[in-house]
Design a binder for this molecule. Structure first.
Ligand code: NAP
Length: 284
């Protein structure tokens, strides 16, 4: 029951109409019996400052931040958690008695999702495809977990810059390689985990993949962070090669779970969140 005492959480972005987060978070809040509601607010790029001022005025308890505000939101936080500072983007805001604290839960979400499926991450070699916003958060978390990281991106200069930034800040083991079939074949032979953090394979281009079955081996773990469709062409190819697969909902659910825990202090009900998200995708 929504009452005069109900707390409000939000997602701000543009567009946000198709976000899976309201479904996922409201299912979790219901399961936990918390008097909260989570709503989506479309906020235009030029209206971010106004929206965040309104946010404190209205006492909104917290929010997720999505495209196009993730980087710009940094400028409006009273405090930045180190997760947002190192990634250079905010995806979660906590309103702490009028002070806005910015976090980034993408890296932690990826790590929690991987840890569910993979043991001893610290001993693994990870090949990360992509050098955009998601890859940046994932790259930091992989290296901080103690794994070795190789980054490959269509625009090689971005991969090089990201590899230098991560290794500079973490002193971890980070390399960059060219994104070509020949190079990827060799790299994959020596990798335990392949993560696709590019948008390749995302709707409507569902027949695209950067890696095919003949380039993979059966000991490989393949994690595609694209979740529309849930079974991407890359994951189909990985199954053909006998590799273990992890879909994009793993990271999505766990980054949302980490946000929920920041806002409420309660342990997030992962299974309920996953189910609600799967149902929302099916109904689309
Ligand atoms: P982004 O910052 O725009 O980065 C896009 C990345 O994809 C860049 O590395 C880009 O390479 C690469 N790319 C795009 N088209 C390509 C192509 N045709 N061939 C090779 N590389 C290509 O986007 P993002 O925020 O990182 O998101 C990337 C994907 O992850 C999206 O599909 C998004 O929906 C998904 N995502 C999922 C989660 C989750 O929780 N599961 C979270 C965040 C994002 P260049 O640098 O060369 O342009």
């Amino acid at each position: 029951m929504i009452s005069g005492k109900t707390n409000v959480l939000a997602i701000i972005g543009n567009p946000v109409e198709h976000s899976l987060s309201p479904c996922m978070q409201n299912a979790a809040l219901k399961e936990l019996g918390l008097d909260y509601v989570y709503l989506a607010f479309p906020v235009r790029e030029e209206s971010l400052a106004e929206a965040l001022t309104g946010f404190t005025a209205l006492g909104i308890k917290g929010a997720n931040v999505t495209i196009p505000h993730k980087i710009n939101a940094l400028n409006y936080m009273d405090e930045l958690h180190e997760s947002a500072e190192k990634v250079g983007a905010v995806n979660t805001i906590k309103n702490d008695s009028g002070e806005l604290i910015g976090f980034n839960t993408d890296g932690e979400g990826m790590l929690r999702s991987l840890r569910n499926e993979v043991s001893e991450i610290e001993s693994k070699s990870v090949l990360l495809l992509g050098a955009g916003g998601a890859a940046r958060a994932i790259g930091f978390s992989i290296v901080e977990a103690g794994a070795s990281l190789t980054i490959s991106n269509r625009t090689a200069s971005k991969a090089k810059k990201l590899a230098e930034t991560i290794s500079g800040q973490t002193k971890g083991d980070v390399r960059q390689v060219e994104l070509s079939k020949k190079v990827l074949i060799d790299e994959i032979k020596n990798s335990d985990i392949l993560i696709n953090a590019t948008s390749v394979g995302m709707e409507p281009n569902t027949d695209e993949t950067l890696v095919s079955a003949d380039m993979m081996h059966s000991d490989l773990i393949v994690n595609d962070i694209v979740y529309k469709p849930l079974k991407t062409k890359l994951l189909e190819e990985a199954e053909k090669a006998g590799a273990k697969t992890i879909d994009g909902l793993g990271m999505l659910v766990h980054q949302g779970a980490t946000s929920l825990e920041i806002w409420t202090g309660e342990k997030a009900p992962i299974k309920v969140m996953r189910k609600a998200t799967e149902n929302a995708i099916k109904e689309e």
